[in-house]
Ligand binder design. Structure first.
Ligand SMILES: Nc1ncnc2c1ncn2[C@@H]1O[C@H](COP(=O)(O)OP(=O)(O)OP(=O)(O)O)[C@@H](O)[C@H]1O
Ligand SMILES: [Mg+2]
Length: 348
């Protein structure tokens, strides 16, 4: 395999592990030439809880991607997720001392480093330093300071921090599966790469990735990340609500959710509301019927709760999100999710 021209992405999620093989296309984009998917084991809320089980899921997903693409996969870019990540906005300042006070790459690095000086909880590390803008002698809004002239260089940086053990354990689990980790990429950043346009990032948007057990939120504005938050909520919570509410197994609840689920009763007309679906309760041998409206009554409050958390963060940061809220992740596929969010406190 020529690793220079292939791009391998490995998304280790709480419900699925997915491996995607890409090849550059003539138009500057990527052609997907192989996908492998396996049920995920050994993770809770994005954190490794059983390394060998994670390795086994990785082996299965990668093996399938190899068969489909016809390539041997030796390394991959791996997503980094978990419920503990959080972002903070920091600023740093350095004096520019070089000849003619021309700002060099090293000055920019020092300015970012100076913004990164912070007290971390024990066992935590800086996962990403994402520059927002630079200020040279009071002139703000500068995105590429190298080569400019000035005496004082200030940096505004969004710093994402998280527990280092989470990253190390994920790294070990991938290596155990026989794969090198080319680089780790924060999950919401990877989601942003695949879903947002430059305009979305520039004019402002909230990217919400609803997974199985966690939902990440990243707010963009002026071309940079302005806020990061992760909530321990996801599609699995809907499944559990259905399982408890209808007294069915988790597998049956998942099937019902995927086939008939809806989180916005306003999307159903009167006829659909009374449509009957058949479910198989736990310990029974015969199905029983219930209306679609009852299923929606179980799912809707959870969707409202999740969207309220997101609205609270967006309002709290006073972010201008002219490009609106952009939903991604398996949980966002639930019927009515995007309509319900558009009806919330924001508009797209
Ligand atoms: N059509 C659908 N309707 C409702 N929910 C769906 C649908 N398709 C997928 N989901 C839900 O999406 C969730 C999985 O999403 P995703 O694959 O993004 O999660 P993950 O990346 O494995 O997990 P995480 O990001 O939380 O670690 C599951 O709860 C699944 O039931
Ligand atoms: Mg995910």
């Amino acid at each position: 395999m020529n690793s220079e021209i292939q791009a391998i992405g490995l998304d280790i999620g709480t419900s699925k592990v997915r491996c995607v093989v890409g090849e550059p296309a003539d138009n500057g984009k990527m052609n997907v030439i192989g996908i492998g998917e396996a049920d995920s084991r050994g993770l809770r809320r994005g954190i490794v809880t059983a390394a060998e089980a994670v390795s086994e899921s990785v082996r299965k997903a990668v093996g399938e991607a190899e068969r489909v693409s016809g390539l041997e996969i030796l390394s991959a870019v791996v997503n980094l997720s978990g419920e503990h990540f959080r972002g903070e906005n920091k600023n740093g300042v350095v004096a520019v001392a070089g000849a003619g006070r021309e700002i060099m790459e090293e000055d920019v690095e020092r300015a970012i480093e100076s913004a990164s000086a912070m007290q971390l909880p024990a066992g935590w590390e800086i996962v990403n330093r994402l520059p927002q803008e630079f200020i040279i002698d009071g002139q703000d809004g500068i995105t590429e300071p190298v080569g400019m002239t000035g005496a004082r260089l200030e940096s505004l940086v969004h710093i994402v921090i998280g527990p280092s053990a989470g990253r190390q354990n994920l790294n070990k689990a991938v290596k155990r599966a026989g794969l090198q980790v080319e680089r780790m990429m924060l999950e919401p950043l990877a989601a942003a790469e695949s879903t947002l346009t430059d305009d979305d990032k520039e004019y402002g948007c909230a990217l919400v990735n609803i997974g199985a057990e966690i939902t990440s939120l990243m707010i963009f504005g002026r071309g940079a990340v302005q806020h990061t938050a992760v909530f321990p909520f996801g599609g699995l919570h809907f499944t559990k609500d259905i399982a408890v509410g209808l007294r069915v197994s988790i597998q049956e609840a998942n099937k019902i959710k995927h086939r008939y689920g809806c989180v916005g009763s306003f999307l159903m007309d009167d006829e659909e509301k009374v449509e009957v679906i058949e479910i198989m309760p736990v310990g029974r041998t015969e199905t029983r019927g219930l209306t679609k409206e009852i299923l929606c009554d179980i799912m809707q409050p959870r969707a409202v709760e999740l969207l309220q958390h997101i609205a609270h963060e967006v309002v709290g940061t006073q972010a201008q999100i002219s490009s609106g809220v952009i939903l991604t992740g398996g949980g966002s596929v639930a019927r009515g999710c995007s309509s319900a969010s558009a009806r919330g406190t924001w508009t797209r």
